[in-house]
Design a protein. Structure first.
Ligand SMILES: C[S@@+](CC[C@H](N)C(=O)[O-])C[C@H]1O[C@@H](n2cnc3c(N)ncnc32)[C@H](O)[C@@H]1O
Length: 283
């Protein structure tokens, strides 16, 4: 790249007006709150895009995003805007409850029909694969039980990582040794210690792009359990309520709904009753 262009990009800063245009668009269409304090973060994250596109400054970038050709750029912009922190066995209490109480119950009521799970806001796949590990373990001890997992996110980059199912080895430190051996394949390169989730589990998870703010979700099935953890924390309360209601529309009668540990439905009009902290049942 031309070194002048490169240094111009890094000198360019997002004006208050450009920030307002982008932040309003992101909040209206994707729900993610962008208060003024986020301006520096957004600018830092978007510098990468300017460099990749060889666009000299933010003014031109904003024009491009909102032009007829910019539709595809919005997908890339959302990749850098979204916060994707996640881990295997994050908030382990949920998985303990699943294993010890919920799965035996669902197996009893569902019999031989497939039990369906949705990891909504799945990031790079650690959450749906943790579900897959717990569900596969249960399936092996309980003949007749079977499961499917839908994993959705707004970020195409995260979905691609999830579908590839390749992680740095340090990411699975928390996974018990016996499960590591059973469900992860190690790379042969000692200089690049990575692991891949086994095909048996990969085949159980399907990844799909879905925007919580879309009027229709394009999901034509009902789920027994929905995990929507740590994805709506960046949303305004009224958008959280709207999304939870829409997700509940995809839950079976008496289905189960999980939120992240810092999230709540207090004062929301949603068809859920609390059964444990951050675990709910459809009413
Ligand atoms: C912090 S991660 C949480 C991942 C996982 N559920 C967990 O708890 O570890 C939040 C995810 O929500 C996704 N997200 C944010 N806004 C979204 C939207 N409008 N539609 C769908 N997913 C969205 C982000 O891309 C991100 O991957």
């Amino acid at each position: 790249m031309d070194s002048n262009l490169y240094s111009n990009i890094y000198k360019s800063s997002l004006s208050d007006h450009e920030f307002k245009q982008l932040s309003q668009f992101i909040q209206d269409n994707y729900g993610i709150k962008m208060p003024p304090a986020k301006k520096v973060v957004l600018q830092g994250r978007l510098h990468k895009r300017l460099k990749q596109l060889q666009i000299p400054d933010f003014k031109s970038y904003v024009e491009y995003v909102f032009s007829a050709q910019g539709e595809n750029e919005i997908i890339h912009m959302m990749d850098v805007v979204s916060t994707n922190k996640t881990d295997f066995f994050r908030e382990p209490v949920h998985f303990e409850f699943l294993e010890n109480e919920l799965l035996p119950h669902l197996h009893q009521i569902n019999g031989r029909t497939i039990t369906k799970f949705w990891s909504a806001g799945c990031s790079s796949g650690e959450e749906p694969y943790t579900l897959a590990i717990v569900l596969q373990q249960f399936k092996e001890k309980n003949p007749g039980f079977d499961y499917q997992i839908l994993a959705t996110d707004i970020s195409t980059q995260m979905l691609q990582q999830g579908a590839n199912a390749i992680y740095k080895e340090e990411k699975i430190e928390i996974v018990p040794l016996s499960l590591k051996k059973k469900y992860f394949l190690k790379s042969k390169d000692p200089n690049d210690p990575r692991v891949r989730v086994t095909k048996q589990l990969r085949d159980k998870v399907s990844f799909q792009r879905l925007n919580f703010m879309d009027s229709s979700y394009g999901v034509n099935e009902l789920f027994d359990v929905i995990f929507c953890r740590n994805a709506l924390i960046y949303f305004e309360r009224e958008n959280q309520e709207m999304v939870i209601n829409k997700l509940c529309g995809k839950l079976n009668a008496q289905g189960f709904f999980f939120l992240g540990h810092s999230e709540s439905i207090t004062n929301m009009q949603v068809p859920l009753k609390s059964i444990k902290p951050t675990i709910f049942r459809k009413t």
